[in-house]
Design a protein around this ligand. Sequence first.
Ligand code: DGY
Length: 304
Amino acid sequence: MARVFITRSLPFPAVAELAERHDVDVWEGELPPPPDQLRARAADADALLTMVTDRVDAALFDAAPNLRVVANLAVGSDNIDLDEARRRGIPVGVTPGVLTEATADLAFALILAAARRLPQAAEAVRRGEWRTWEPAGFLGLELHGATLAVVGAGRIGQAVARRARAFGMEVIEVRSADPLEPALERADVVSLHTPLTPQTRHLIDAAALRRMKPTAILVNTARGGVVDQDALIEALHAGTIAAAALDVTDPEPLPADHPLLRAPNVLVVPHIGSATGRTRARMAEMAVANIEAGLAGEPLPHPV
Ligand code: DGY
C-alpha cells in the first residue's frame, strides 16, 4: 500500500476511492498546512495531492525522500518548483480542461458585474439609498458592441472569448507573441488568462495601465502576480482605468485591511474560478488518476 498525503480535506468520490486502495493521510485543518507541518506530514509519503496554497519546493522534496508523484489540484503549477521536481525525476500532474468553463463563467460574471456596477448598486440598496428611479444613476458599460482584449488565448481565454462574442462584443485575442499595447489601447475590457511565469509577472504594470482607456475595466482570473497590484491601486485612485474585478490577488488571501480593498471601483472575490461542485469533483478525479499513474511508474495522464 502506498502512502498518500492530501493537504486538504477533499469531499469527492474519487478521493474516497483512493483511500480504499492506499494509505491516505489527510490534513485535517481548515487552513493549509504551514510549511513545517507539510514537510513533517510528507516525510513518509509516496505521493502528494497538493493545492495551489501549498509551496512545493526543494525543502519539501528533501523532507519527502520516498516521493514518486505530486498531483496538484489545479491547472496552474506556479506553486511548484518544477525545475526541482524535474531534477529529481518526480512527475508533476495538474488538472487541465475540466475547469475551463467554470473559470470562464466566473470571468464573465466579473466582467458583467464591473461593467454594470453591480457591487456599487447592490450596496446602495443595502444602505437605504434607493430613493427613486435615477435617469443617470449607475450608468455602466454596455457590453454589446464593446471590445474585449483576452490576454492569453488558451483554453480559458478562448472560452471567455466565446461568451463575449455571444454578447455581441468584439474580441481581440492576445497570444504571448503578440504585442499587448495595441490591444490595451483599444479594449473596453481587458481579461487576463496567462499562467504566472517570470515573463508574465507584472505584465500589467503602471505603463500597461496607462495604455488602457480611462473607461476600461481590468479583469483577472489568472494569477495575482500577473498584475503589479501597487500600480493598479494607484491607477484606480487616479482614474487611469475605471474599474478592476479580481478573482486572484497578490498575496492570497488578501488581508481585509489591504489598500486594494479601499481603492475605488474594485471588486475582489476569493479565488473561486473553478469553484463549482462538478468542476472540483472532476479536478479530484484527474488528480487521483495522476497519483495512480505516478505510483505505478507510468506516465501521468495529465502532466504539467
Ligand atoms: C487553478 O486550477 O490553477 C486555479 O487557480 C484553482 O482552481
